[in-house]
Design a protein around this ligand. Structure first.
Ligand SMILES: Nc1ncnc2c1ncn2[C@@H]1O[C@H](COP(=O)(O)OP(=O)(O)OP(=O)(O)O)[C@@H](O)[C@H]1O
Length: 228
């Protein structure tokens, strides 16, 4: 069996001096689609932030895509993020440039040089999210669901080993949420590993998968009951 892409062992997650989650034991393997659920304020975002190096891991052990979160240095963070694709609730596209230029910006910032390769990679990722014809648009010319699909395309640019999606449907209406979820499901079927924080239970019911729950300063796996 391959080693997990993410493994936390007896990890505690803090916001400053406040303990948010304690004794976290979590494993995510290649190809998994894992939900992280929990009421507002229970620590989903703090959990995600620890994984992409925005919060330090001071207690317990944490390994993610071959990085040790316990010994992670500031200078390692860009390299960690290159192996992760992070998707946020509010898309975080650069509003002053087109979709193609948003994607080009990321490629250049992560060391790509060859113009032809960059153009074809941009086409590939736009194709994966069904947005090939939208590259020349500005973010404000796209709907929320389309902007989120672009954000997913951006996350895919460097072939991430793990996609971390923090409430990716949080700003979208139910129908658009399903469209974005279909894209994430398709990407997962094609081999990408995804950890998605959400409080949208309708999505969980429609697309059941391994589910972790934050509650009472702890994270535990929810055993899903089969419907009668
Ligand atoms: N920057 C911060 N400084 C101090 N405490 C914080 C900070 N951000 C969050 N917290 C606290 O940490 C706890 C967990 O917050 P977190 O944002 O991780 O929860 P969440 O489950 O993601 O909630 P939501 O669904 O509302 O985003 C809360 O008690 C919150 O008040």
């Amino acid at each position: 069996m391959s080693s997990p892409i993410l493994k936390l062992k007896d990890a505690s997650i803090y916001q400053g001096d406040n303990l948010v989650l304690s004794n976290v034991n979590v494993e995510v393997s290649k190809g998994d689609f894992v939900y992280l659920i929990g009421k507002t304020g229970t620590g989903k975002s703090s959990f995600m932030k620890t994984l992409y190096g925005d919060l330090p891991l001071n207690q317990g052990e944490g390994h993610i895509v071959d990085f040790d979160l316990k010994t992670l240095k500031e200078k390692d963070i860009p390299y960690l993020r290159r192996k992760l694709g992070v998707v946020f609730q509010d898309f975080k596209l650069l509003i002053d440039r087109t979709i193609n230029d948003n994607l080009l910006f990321v490629l250049k910032a992560t060391g790509w040089k060859d113009k032809t390769k960059m153009t074809s990679r941009i086409e590939e990722v736009l194709n994966k999210v069904g947005m090939t014809s939208k590259g020349f648009k500005y973010p404000h010319e796209l709907s929320g669901g389309e902007q989120q699909r672009i954000a997913i395309a951006r996350a895919l640019l460097n072939n991430p080993e793990l996609i971390l999606a923090d409430e990716p449907t949080g700003n979208l209406d139910p129908q658009t949420s399903i469209e974005v979820m279909e894209v994430l499901q398709e990407i997962n079927k094609n081999g990408n590993t995804i950890l998605m924080a959400t409080h949208d239970y309708a999505l969980l019911l429609k697309y059941p998968s391994k589910t972790l729950k934050c509650d009472n300063n702890a994270v535990y796996e929810v055993v899903q009951r089969k419907s009668q």
